[in-house]
Design a protein. Structure first.
Length: 297
């Protein structure tokens, strides 16, 4: 089997989750970690590590790296100039990517000429499968997204800006370009997961029962590896170690004629990290272990 040589650039929780997801991934060989803190190297026995901050000294050419998983937001052109063949940006990218990919939704659009690929964000991975399924079944005319995140009780952490999920969805689902908008995120104390609400105008009337049945069928069928259907409270529905990147919260579905509200979410980086590894496999032309779910291009 062809083996792709992989590097991780960056530290923190996301880099640790990616490292964990790469363990045992057939066809992928982690050859170097450029960590920005000690935590990124945890458990990486036998894998060379470095602490290079100067982009001009990144060791990709020396280690013959095929694909860099960028977890720190460097400009992809820096990695390419340092000798990497391709880059998957997992954080906010410094330049426009050749493609934005949510694995399982549009990874069939990847081409070998795509040297710089962006993975979108966790919020996009949570809502994109839901949007894909509901657009195919009901049609989406316009939609508004709102993210809800946890906040420490002391309120010490500042509220972030918009997730960027609306912009990502326009690239992931180009047939819905300009259909999505996004409000500022909300934070609530005590939550242990992030939730993405989507209110949209369907192209025909529907019901709560139909919407939930569509999602349940997908979650227990072809989309089972990506999507969980939950009719229990969201914060208990998805383990922090679950490899799925989206949980559909059926209890919060509402319908008024053609106006539909649905919610999906995620917990931590674990599921997102597994989609990153799936995307790397697709970039390296390795056999997929998830169904394609990709509409005709």
């Amino acid at each position: 089997m062809v083996r792709a040589r992989i590097a991780i650039d960056g530290g923190g929780g996301l880099a640790r989750s990616v490292l964990d997801a790469l363990r045992g991934a057939a066809g992928l060989e982690l050859v170097i970690i450029n960590g920005h803190d000690d935590g990124a190297d945890a458990g990486a026995a036998g894998v060379p590590t470095s602490r290079v901050r100067d982009a001009r000294r990144l060791p990709w050419k020396r280690h013959a790296v095929d694909i860099v998983l960028d977890c720190c937001g460097r400009d992809a052109r820096v990695h390419l100039a340092a000798g990497a063949r391709k880059v998957l940006s997992c954080a906010a990218a410094g330049t426009a990517a050749d493609a934005t990919v949510v694995y399982g939704v549009n990874h069939g659009a990847l081409r070998d000429t795509h040297a710089s690929v962006h993975s979108a964000c966790r919020a996009t991975h949570a809502i994109a499968p839901v949007a894909r399924l509901l657009h195919d079944a009901l049609g989406i005319s316009n939609a508004m997204l709102t993210a809800v995140h946890s906040r420490p009780h002391d309120g010490a952490i500042a509220l972030p800006g918009a997730t960027g999920a609306a912009a990502h969805l326009h690239r992931v689902l180009p047939e819905l370009n300009h259909c999505f908008d996004e409000t500022e995120p909300m934070r609530i104390p005590g939550a242990h997961a992030s939730l993405i609400g989507m209110v949209f105008v369907a192209q025909r009337a529907t019901t709560v029962e139909e919407v939930n049945a569509l999602m349940q069928t997908a979650a227990f069928g072809d989309w089972a590896a990506l999507l969980r259907y939950a009719d229990t409270p969201f914060t208990t529905a998805l383990s922090a170690r679950d490899t799925r990147s989206s949980v559909f919260e059926a209890g919060w579905t509402q319908v008024s004629g053609r106006v539909v509200k649905v919610c999906a979410g995620y917990r931590g980086d674990h599921g997102f990290a597994h989609r990153l590894v799936d995307t790397v496999r697709a970039m390296a032309h390795l056999p997929a272990h998830l169904p394609a779910h990709v509409p005709a291009q």
